[in-house]
Design a protein around this ligand. Sequence first.
Ligand SMILES: [Zn+2]
Length: 170
Amino acid sequence: MSLITILEHPHPSLRKVAGERDAAAIADPAFQRLLDDMFETMYAAPGIGLAATQVDVMERFMVIDVTEERDQPLVFINPVIRERSVDLRVHQEGCLSIPGIFADVTRADGIEVEALDRHGKPFTLAVDGLLATCVQHEVDHLDGKLFIDYLSPLKRERAMKKYDKLRRHD
Ligand SMILES: [Zn+2]
């Protein structure tokens, strides 16, 4: 396994809408290796989710593990969020593509998501809390959307000023 470079805002690939992953080519060894590398990269960062667009692959899939033990890896290929609860949840989000920036984002507390697993098997998952927040954040990536898009103009401007400063000191 090897680490992959994570693209950082404002890389243009982070704003592209990813296309479907060919469901017939999920067993492809190169694809399976890419999933393993994405997990390794996510765990090393460390982060709880990584979408394909963040590693410059314009296809709809992502890896997630929100557990503290880092022992429940989840793969979502061609994920579709079918249901969103009326109840909302506020979470202080960060993003591996916008390092150093954290801000409260309000999303549905519960969701139902359909996807294929890493063996190409369809599954439906009803989740809430942190995992629901994370799935919504990662599906946004596949649509070229970032968590800072949800901030008010003033808050976003402040966050981006801080981000620019952090990057200059890198
Ligand atoms: Zn992110």
